[in-house]
Design a protein around this ligand. Structure first.
Ligand SMILES: C[S@@+](CC[C@H](N)C(=O)[O-])C[C@H]1O[C@@H](n2cnc3c(N)ncnc32)[C@H](O)[C@@H]1O
Length: 276
């Protein structure tokens, strides 16, 4: 079973990921580290473009880069079956572990390994449909001090729950708290409107999408020692609706690691021109 093509942002995220994997595996080629790639939302291995052609998804693309181990997490059994078939075509010699389940639960198992001390370094790709990743999972990743992270933050899904006037149902509030690991978005993402309300003289309005972007970067900086300031908003071409924020974080606290990884990620993030 193949997955349907989302839109041009699908190609952009895959291009960004591949550019980084190329940089990463080249930069660490002569270093004494074992390299690990984790795809937290691995998919089926193929993406169907309008029923015409199929292109390789993130997990299959990652197999073209020389990591020592690959871990693919995926919830849907049918996608796992398809992914295994794709891997068997040309990558059967690679060390791949495919795990079925909720990636938040699977990511918790990362804390059982002393990744950094045991000489591991790696990249984690987080590519959800919407708000499936819990903030707690980012903390688990940061504690490894070994992985760089690309996170397609679900800007549109989050923005939909942030009602303009902040009258947000409890169930939405809980989802936002789980996504962001805090409830401070209530004050950070709203401000007093200049328009007076007849009821209480105080009207709240939601911040701009750019302010939301800056808030997400600030939140990531509370967890990771290195976070790119160049996270880019990926939009839907026709509507120009913000869909995802492509973010990059470094969990290794070493200054050298942060500097090198951020330099590469910033270069990638500032040298693509969405939908040009
Ligand atoms: C946007 S797609 C990922 C596409 C993939 N990165 C690629 O390039 O082919 C999201 C995937 O995550 C899976 N998924 C959704 N929720 C999940 C969860 N909580 N844990 C693990 N996988 C999940 C979906 O079944 C879907 O295959």
């Amino acid at each position: 079973m193949r997955q349907r093509f989302g839109g041009p942002w699908t190609l952009i995220k895959l291009e960004v990921l591949e550019k980084y994997l190329n940089f990463y595996t080249t930069a660490l080629k002569n270093q004494p580290f074992k390299l690990c790639y984790i795809d937290a939302f691995a998919g089926s291995g193929k993406i169907d473009i309008r029923g015409e052609i199929a292109i390789p998804g993130s997990a299959i693309r990652a197999l073209d880069y020389p990591f020592h181990e690959y871990y693919f997490f995926e919830k849907e059994q049918s996608y796992i079956t398809a992914l295994k078939k794709e891997i068997s075509k040309k990558h059967q010699h690679k060390s791949v572990v495919i795990m079925q389940g909720d990636c938040n639960e699977l990511l918790k198992t990362l804390s059982a390994v002393q990744w950094k001390k045991e000489g591991w370094r790696g990249v984690i790709f987080i590519d959800p449909f919407a708000m499936e990743l819990r903030w707690e999972s980012l903390k688990v990743i940061a504690q490894t001090e070994a992985f760089d992270v690309w996170y397609l933050f679900p800007l549109m899904a989050m923005n939909r729950l942030l009602r303009r006037d902040r009258r947000i149902p409890d169930s939405y509030e809980e989802k936002l708290n789980i996504l962001l690991g805090t409830d401070d978005w209530r004050k950070e993402l709203y401000r007093e409107s200049r328009q007076l309300s007849f009821l209480d003289n105080k009207n709240l309005e939601k911040c701009s999408i750019d302010s939301i972007r800056e808030y997400i970067i600030r939140r990531l900086k509370t967890v990771f020692p290195g976070v790119s300031d160049n996270a880019k908003i990926l939009t839907n071409v026709e509507k120009r609706a913000p869909l995802f924020l492509i973010c990059f974080c470094v969990s290794n606290p070493s200054d050298t690691a942060i500097r090198l990884s951020l330099k590469a990620a910033d270069h990638i993030l500032t040298h693509f021109n969405p939908y040009s």
